[in-house]
Structures are given as C-alpha cells and as structure tokens.
Ligand binder design. Structure first.
Ligand code: ME8
Length: 510
C-alpha cells in the first residue's frame, strides 16, 4: 500500500511520431494542476510524464524522415520536454521508453507474466492499425476501417498471447469492489459492459519489425508496444525493485489520467497485466474528453492543429493554462476557439481577477502608505466576504478529489465576483474622505481575500499567483494551504503594485 500522504499521478506517455499539440498539453496540464494542488495541501507527490518511443508507428515516422529510430526519437522526445518547460509543468520525472531503466522493467514484467502461466506462443491472423497500435477483430471493422477511423492492415505472424480471457471475472470483481476505479462514472459503465461482453486473449508480441524491447528468450519477437508502454508507470518507480523506496511509497498510483481514446488499455489490459504479474492495480483511471478546434476534429490533414507554443506566445502562459482548464468540464468534450479564449482572458482574468487585485493594491499604495492597513471592527458584510473566502479551501479539496479543476476555478471566481461586488458596495474611494478608518478595514478585508484567492490559484496559474503573492509580501513559508488561516499582517510594507492580467488587444468576437 502507498504510504499515507503519498500521491502518484501519471499522464499517458505520448507517441513521438509527431509534434505536441493542445491535446497533449491538456492532459499533462490537468495532472500538473492536480499535482500542484496536492503538494500545496501537504501531500508527498510524484508526478510522471514521458514519451512512448517504440512500435511500428514510431518506426514508420522515423523512416519517413530518413533518421534511424533512436536519433528520431531523441529529437521528437525533446519537443515534449520543451513543451513541459514552456507550460511550466512540475513533473518529478520524465520517462522515455528507450531508456535502459524501462527496458529492464519491461523484461521483468514479461517474465512475471510467463511465470504466472498467462503467456503462450501461437499465431496472430487479423487486422492491425498502426495509427492506433491496436489489433481489431473482423466484426469490429466499420467500412473496412478501425472503429476509430484509422486504416487497418492484415497481419499474419507468430505471436505470444496473454491469457486475457482468464482475467474477465477478476476484472469484473475489481470494478464491483471499486466503483470509482474508472472516472467519470459513465466511463466505468462502458468499461464494465466491454468486459462483460467477453475478452479475447491478447497478442503481446510482434515479429514483422524490430523497433521495441526483444522478448526475453525469443529475440525474433518484440514486446507489443502497449505492454511496453503501460509498464512505464512502474519503471519510473524503480520496478522490478518492488522493495525500493519509490515503489513502496507511490505504488499503486492514485490516478492514471488519460484521454478517452486509450481508456480500454488502462482500465482493462493494464490491471489484468498487473494482477497476473502479482502486482496491485492502480487506484483510479480518469478518462477525459476530446478537444475539437473551431468545431472540427483536429488533424494534420485539415491543417487545424493548434500548437500550445503558439498559444503561449500569443496569449501568455497562464492565460493558456486558464483557458484549457476552465473552458470545459474535465471529462467532457469541448471546443477550442480563439474567440472563446480572448473572452476568457479579458472577462475572467483581466476584468474579474486582475482588476480586483489591481484596484485593491493600488488603493492601498495610494491611501495606506503602501503597507497593509490596520482593520477596525468588522461589519456583517466584512464577515460575510471573509467567511465565504475561508470556506473555499474545503470546497476545492472536494472538487480536486475528482480532478475537477474547472469546478475549482468556478468556485474561486464566485468569490472573485463577491469581492468585486463588495468593493462597489463599500466604495472605499468615498470612505477615503468620509471615514478613513473604515476604508482601512475594507481594504484589509479585500487584501486578505485576494491573498486567499492567490493561494488557491497557484495550482492553475502558478506564475501569476506567485506575482500576486509577491505583491502582497506573503513570505515563502506562508504560501502553502497550511497557511490558509494566517491573515495579512497590518503594517507589512508592500511593493509598488503592477497589473498581473493584461487585457488581450484582439476583438472578442471572431
Ligand atoms: O495514445 N483532445 O499516445 P498519443 C484531448 N502512446 N486530448 C488529446 C487529444 C485531443 N484532441 N489528442 C491527444 C498514446 N490527446 C500512447 C499512450 S500510455 C501508456 C501510452 C491526449 O501520443 C489524450 O490524453 O496518441 C490522449 O489519450 C493522448 O493525448 C494520446 O497521446
């Protein structure tokens, strides 16, 4: 069992056949927000991402560029690391399946599957989609294509099989015992009915190409890329050393976060492999939805692939993070459009949050000698705002337990709205002349509310939240959730205020 307080979250490892796009950025961003939240909340977090570098799809992409697969994967994998840096991801480890530590782990899990009697040699004859790196039965094809729309080719070759059929009952038992094994709940139903429909044994080796981990004892075969890839989640914890610190602390993973396209691999095949290998299955798999772009499927052939690098350059980093996390409910599908992005930047970030902080900080700079004002007795309106802000943290904990960053942001913005209404109602600019002591109280209430908002926006908008906390002179030791109830100290000198969320110049409407 994972040690109490430990929290392990993983992203899919991305194929290095192509450039990263917003879909890839999105999954890792969701995990980043979750990892940052849990760290701020005092958990010992391990956050893993990486690249999936073996298999026919990558071998083919390498051949098309004229590079050998290793040189090609070195090059493309770098783009994913660059993306992680550009997006300010806080991963603790980045695994590549071409690393020796991973190959050792793949060989070890293979041997465990052999030892458990679940591997046998036979012959595969059927359809294969290189794009999906998946086998399809005749009855699954739709108009001669994979159900995903990917082209398929006929494959006939000697192959090792994994006795997946033998794991049907154990899988159904796992789903019964842990109804939140797959989230959202609708996805759990999909998985359960797929398994109830009956499981075929799974081909787990290939012989018609060489770019992979050779099967121990039979190097004519390479391990099927999905068995290879899934194992990354434990390779990165030092498997096969199950007594090592990392494995003991972090396995089983709290969340494997994936797109809905690869749920079956994570919720059916992976727990079956693990149970067969005598290892614990992960705690939960979250399958999120799909981004389209201006109403269309994102694809190279349509030429509408959105690059996260371009978004960051055009709109700003935290603006991009905010849009992706807020625009769609985590789990649902959603649409990217520039108009929607500009609306979010100007309305939510510039008008609501940025303007609140800027108004409060500049009034304090001008009217309170540039230091945190001293509050007097509190009115009902003051108490109401302070209490509403105080109540945010437990609500966010509930939302983030299901990776609902969109909900967390909605809740934060509700308080932002309440604070803006409070400023208007209290009119501190009038109090400046009529009742300066009352003005000081109002500005203190507001500044402490901004402190709480900035503490809570750290997981989602890390750079901007740090700037806001700097503007409030919050010491480094008081930026975790442990400092939630340590209020702003009157008299603390504040730096000169500056705007944190500029408006975007382009028009809102496309
Ligand atoms: O499947 N909307 O890698 P991959 C949302 N190597 N998310 C999207 C998306 C979109 N339009 N497009 C991609 C693989 N994604 C395997 C995984 S894991 C052991 C091996 C995200 O490069 C989403 O998370 O095809 C999806 O599951 C993943 O990218 C697929 O990445």
């Amino acid at each position: 069992m994972a040690a109490s307080g430990a929290f392990y979250v993983t992203t899919p490892i991305y194929y290095v056949n192509d450039q990263p796009h917003i879909g890839h950025a999105y999954t890792t961003l969701a995990c980043d927000a979750l990892a940052r939240f849990m760290r701020l909340d005092g958990r010992t977090v391990r956050f893993l991402t990486g690249t999936d570098e073996h298999g026919q799809k990558v071998e083919k992409a390498a051949a098309e560029t004229g590079l050998d697969p290793q040189a090609f994967t070195d090059k493309v994998s770098r783009h994913f690391r660059d993306l992680a840096a550009a997006m300010n991801f806080s991963h603790d480890d980045f695994i590549r399946t071409t690393e020796e530590r991973h190959k050792v782990s793949v060989r070890a899990i293979w041997q465990r599957l052999v030892a458990s009697g679940d591997i046998y040699l036979d012959k595969y004859a059927g359809w294969y989609s290189v794009r999906d790196e998946a086998f399809y039965g005749e009855s699954e094809l739709v108009d001669g294509k994979a159900p995903t729309g990917a082209p398929v080719e006929w494959v006939e070759e000697p192959s090792y099989f994994f006795r997946l059929s033998a794991w049907q009952d154990r899988l159904l038992q796992l789903y019964r015992e842990r109804p939140d094994f797959v989230l959202p709940a609708t996805r759990m139903n999909e998985v359960t009915s797929f398994v109830k429909g009956g499981l075929q044994d799974l081909s787990v080796s290939r012989t018609t190409f060489a770019w992979g981990v050779p099967v121990p004892g039979d190097p004519a075969h390479v391990v099927y890329v999905w068995l290879d890839a899934l194992t990354n989640y434990i390779s990165a914890l030092g498997f096969p050393d199950t007594e090592g610190e990392l494995y003991r602390t972090f396995w089983p993973a709290d969340f494997h976060v994936v797109g809905k396209d690869i749920l079956r691999f994570h919720a059916v095949y992976w727990p079956a492999f693990l149970m067969s290998a005598g290892l614990e299955p992960p705690r939960r798999v979250f399958a999120h939805g799909w981004w389209t772009v201006e109403g269309q499927k994102m694809s190279k052939s349509l030429g509408n692939v959105v690059s996260p690098f371009t978004l960051i350059e055009r709109y700003g980093l935290d603006q991009t993070r905010y849009f992706l996390l807020r625009e769609i409910a985590f789990g649902n599908d959603g649409d990217f459009s520039h108009a929607a992005m500009v609306r979010r930047i100007n309305h939510d970030l510039a008008n609501d949050y940025g303007n609140l902080a800027q108004r409060v900080l500049s009034m304090i700079a001008k009217n309170c000698g540039g230091s945190v004002p001293e509050p007097g007795p509190l009115t009902d309106a003051d108490e109401a705002l302070l209490e509403a802000a105080q109540a945010l943290l437990p609500k966010l904990r509930t939302a983030m337990a299901e990776i609902a960053s969109h909900r967390a942001l909605e809740l934060i913005w509700e308080i932002c709205g309440a604070a803006n209404r409070y400023v208007d109602a209290q009119a501190p600019w009038t109090l400046r002349r009529t009742d300066p002591a009352r003005m000081a109280t109002v500005l203190w209430v507001l500044a402490d509310t901004v402190r709480r908002l900035a503490l809570l926006t750290q997981p989602y908008l890390p750079g901007s939240s740090t700037r806001l906390l700097d503007l409030l002179a919050i010491p480094a030791a008081e930026r975790s959730f442990a400092a939630w109830d340590i209020p702003l100290r009157p008299g603390t000198a504040l730096p000169a205020p500056s705007g944190v969320f500029p408006r975007h110049g382009e028009p809102d409407a496309a």
